[in-house]
Write a new protein. Sequence first.
Length: 321
Amino acid sequence: MGSDTSAQDQTVSEAGEFGLIQRVTSGRAQPAATLLGPGDDAAVLAASDGRVVATTDVLVEQVHFRLAWSTPHQVGRKAVAVNLSDLAAMGAVPTGLLVGLGCPPETPTSVIDELSAGMWEEAQRVGAGLIGGDMVSAPALTISITALGDLQGRTPVTRSGACPGDVVAVAGRLGWAAAGLAVLGRGFRSPVAVVGAQRVPEPPYAAGPLAADAGATSMIDTSDGLLADLGHIAEASQVGIDLRDELIEVPQRLTEVASALGADARHWVLTGGEDQALAATFPPDQPLPEGWRAVGAVVEGSGVTVDGATYEGSSGWEHWR
């Protein structure tokens, strides 16, 4: 590194692997569950429940995010959020995250600084920490996160427990991120609310454990779209799911944006992913927990319908299609 190059102007190749690790971990406080954090061959995390819930997601630049549309800080928050919402969908509380990061050697260290700051911010929203990981050279910015969670004595809520007669309910926003993607794809940067929803999701983290405590029979994170992900519950539970159109809320803001773009706001709500909302089924003889709203029912049969009819068109996101 030349004498006139400041730490802020470095590239990752100039900083080196261990220099980058120091930048990401230095001065960060770990939660009590982290018994041994970054700096050794592996981390040690307390598992008071005796079981650990684990999930992983990979985000690739130009596939899952674009730095032309989002800041590195926003990308960091989103990368963590998509993992934490999966833990919530099992009824677990997040405890720690392992981060794998690949990037081109010419990437400025400021990008890594902002990215890690966003990761830490989102993790700290739920009391979790970044407990370790790895950094490598890669042709595009790639983020792989493994999130670990604690069931705190709960039975994990899977996709396979839905029964005919159960109420289908959702928690969190639907359609906002899809609307934001449509806006960004047209070259616009407003309305801020919908664009912000695409850049950084707001998963209802607390709703997952609440649903588990309330006796949810199945649950899933709707990262690929409501219809597509309810389809996974229907298949795993060997049931049908029928949504009621009158119960599907289409926010006025989305209707306005759709009208301006010549799009269908209802389609965004039914098929748009990346809001990281939760969908679950509940026994019919009890009130829904706080933050949950009914959208349909579990029925005999298979697949997902809307008012008894098959939805025409794509039901959500699927890789390689």
